[in-house]
Design a protein around this ligand. Structure first.
Ligand SMILES: Cc1cc2nc3c(=O)[nH]c(=O)nc-3n(C[C@H](O)[C@H](O)[C@H](O)COP(=O)(O)OP(=O)(O)OC[C@H]3O[C@@H](n4cnc5c(N)ncnc54)[C@H](O)[C@@H]3O)c2cc1C
Length: 335
């Protein structure tokens, strides 16, 4: 179905009151025919649940393709594994719950991440010591301009921290479904301190993936603002990675700076850097940084794109001035 001048307020978790020139809903394969020279514009974007997308103008002068195809299919099952396909329009957390209830391990730590299946591979979602790439096998994509289907396996996507080749993609390529390999054998991932501490403190017995889903969901709900109450897109910036030598300098000046080593340097906590610059809980007009999570920009209602970009710029500037660290936006900014 194709619409003109379509309101996006309920389709983005920041709650921005934007209109799109053309809007196409894709529910089934046949609907892909609606994406053609007539419906496409100079600017075209793909939309899932809109929980990582920030529309900074009141009007998007282009075409939005909203992917809503549903389905979870078991492809292969063995004594200790299962391979399944999840279609892009499924809500990610529904897939997590479905798998956890079946007793399949692998994505339980990624419970309660907002958004739909199609987007999880785009930025290799990660939370609580797990990343999508750990159980991602492949995805099937469709390029409406070339009318071409293509399969990408895990290695093709060049997964990194909140990164895959689909992030900032130049081609219009729709992820149609993803394939995951999960385990039927118990594999508790308590590598993340917040999880492990909670298990010890509360003497919890985690013996099923559903136990882990419930624990992760409880922790997330206690910390993160609900977009239905306060519009937001989760972490606004990525955690920056700096060189060892840069980190040594920072450590001398800021002895309590949180950090952990990664392959290509030292990862810093963007939320901590932002908090040290005095932004935690600070409101500027209709936007601000959350009072529990300095990394999350929130919309107090009627936020305008200009306010979002200005606040982001001020934060980037103060972090750069204080720490000589460049922050990179995690959210997708749509101009
Ligand atoms: C409160 C909150 C907490 C969050 N916590 C986390 C977290 O812990 N970890 C984390 O990684 N993320 C987190 N996020 C961010 C967000 O939930 C994820 O990035 C999620 O995967 C986005 O899904 P979406 O469907 O809403 O994507 P959208 O915002 O709709 O799209 C995101 C990007 O993916 C592209 N895209 C979407 N669907 C497709 C498709 N079918 N084919 C091709 N491209 C597509 C879009 O063009 C866009 O570039 C959080 C967000 C919120 C609001």
């Amino acid at each position: 179905m194709i619409y003109s001048n379509y309101n996006l307020k309920s389709l983005n978790s920041f709650g921005l009151d934007t209109y799109a020139k053309t809007f196409i809903f894709i529910d089934k394969e046949n609907d892909l025919l609606d994406i053609n020279d007539t419906s496409l514009s100079e600017k075209n974007i793909i939309l899932g649940g809109g929980s990582n997308t920030v529309f900074v103008n009141d009007y998007f002068d282009g075409t939005i393709i909203s992917i809503r195809n549903k389905g979870i299919n078991i492809v292969q099952e063995g004594d200790d594994f299962v391979i399944l396909d999840a279609f892009s329009g499924e809500v990610w957390n529904d897939v997590v719950s479905f798998c956890a209830k079946k007793g399949w391990w692998g994505i339980e730590n990624l419970a309660a991440v907002f958004g739909n299946v199609g987007a999880v591979a785009v930025q290799n979602i990660g939370a609580y010591g797990a990343e999508l790439r750990d159980c991602f096998m492949e995805c099937l994509t469709y390029n409406p301009l070339k009318k071409e289907w293509k399969t990408y396996v895990n290695e093709d996507l060049n997964f990194g921290y909140r990164y895959s080749i689909f992030k900032n993609q130049k081609e219009l390529e729709i992820i149609w479904k993803i394939r995951l390999r999960l385990s039927k054998t118990m594999k508790i991932n308590n590598s993340y301190a917040a999880i492990n501490n909670k298990i010890i403190e509360e003497n919890l017995n985690i013996s099923t993936p559903l136990d882990m889903v419930n624990l992760v969901t409880k922790i997330r709900n206690s910390k993160l603002p609900d977009p239905k109450v306060l519009g937001n897109c989760g972490s606004f910036f990525k955690n920056p990675i700096v060189s060892e030598s840069h980190f040594e300098l920072l450590k001398k000046k800021f002895s309590s700076i949180p950090s952990y080593e990664v392959e290509n340097g030292v990862k810093l906590a963007a939320g901590w850097l932002i908090e040290q610059c005095g932004w935690k809980g600070k409101r500027v007009g209709n936007v601000g940084m959350h009072n529990k999570q300095a990394l999350i920009m929130v919309n107090y209602g009627n936020a305008k794109g200009e306010e979002i970009l200005n606040l982001a710029y001020e934060i980037e500037k103060s972090v750069k001035n204080k720490f000589n660290v460049e922050l990179e936006k995690e959210v997708h900014i749509i101009l």
